[in-house]
Design a protein. Structure first.
Length: 277
């Protein structure tokens, strides 16, 4: 059985850890609300773009070589302490090896970059700054560079792998086809109900809006992943806090029992000494 001093030291250590987990939970909750606010503000613009492009008709895209490798953009986090967030998206990304040959990984996040290296692949570059300081300009620059390489025939397809934010307790690993680009069925259905007047012609509008939509899709995936990360970290820190509180209660009970036993033993010694006199 541990001594009273050892138990007391553990109680102090657990209390310090609880302060850290509680603070991290509050910070993650604030970041989650911020990410959700950005996503909600961007959604009407993205929906309007989708409806307009769907009304234009079939989108013209350059044909690429089918034998070119497949580019996989994996979005994870730069830090840990977010439960199975990184493990799930990394496992989903590496499972693509069974479906495609000649994969080229673009890891966005330090955790997935480390996993890609361990799997024997050489990442294209370090893109961790895209999620360390998220902005549309950085996401757009990355997307344009990737699309240029796709149009030059370096890749036959580009896939996005990230955690989609469903709710605070649910984050779903998702694989989406980024290029060749296609609109959602919901946007196509909505476009059939809308009556657009195009000025100038539909082809000119599509050629200008399509690059914006493609960049916006990648930016939305980054924001979705960020919201999912903060949600996962909030849940993980809440679970750590709950476990810490249970452990603290058990240690406090153990300390009180040990202290009471020590006091009882000292009283018995005094009583025994007095009776001998």
């Amino acid at each position: 059985m541990a001594s009273l001093r050892e138990v007391k030291d553990r109680i102090g250590s657990v209390r310090s850890t609880l302060q850290v987990t509680s603070a991290m939970k509050l910070v993650s909750s604030a970041k989650l609300r911020k990410a959700q606010k950005v996503i909600e503000g961007m959604r009407p613009y993205a929906d309007a773009l989708s409806d307009i492009l769907a009304a234009v008709g079939p989108l013209e895209q350059k044909a690429v070589a089918c034998d070119a490798p497949v580019a996989v953009v994996v979005i994870s986090s730069n830090t840990s302490l977010c439960g199975a967030f990184n493990a799930n998206v990394i496992r989903t990304a590496l499972e693509l090896r069974d479906k495609y040959h000649g994969l080229v990984y673009f890891p966005v996040g330090k955790k997935c970059a480390e996993a890609v290296r361990r799997a024997g692949y050489k990442p294209e570059a370090d893109y961790s700054d895209l999620i360390a300081h998220t902005s549309y300009d950085k996401a757009s620059a990355f997307a344009h560079a990737l699309i240029d390489r796709y149009e030059r025939g370096e890749f036959s397809k580009i896939l996005l792998v990230y955690n989609r934010f469903i709710s605070t307790s649910v984050q779903r690993p998702t694989v989406e086809t980024y290029m060749p680009f296609s609109l959602s069925s919901a946007a196509s259905a909505q476009a059939e109900q809308d009556d657009f007047i195009f000025e100038p012609d539909a082809h000119t509008i599509a050629s200008n809006l399509l690059p914006q939509m493609i960049c916006l899709k990648f930016y939305a995936a980054v924001l979705d992943s960020e919201a999912a990360e903060q949600a996962a970290r909030t849940v993980a820190m809440q679970a750590a806090t709950d476990n810490g509180e249970h452990l603290l209660a058990d240690l406090t009970l153990e300390y009180n029992k040990g202290r009471q036993q020590k006091i009882t033993s000292e009283i018995l010694d005094l009583v025994g000494g007095a009776s001998q006199e």
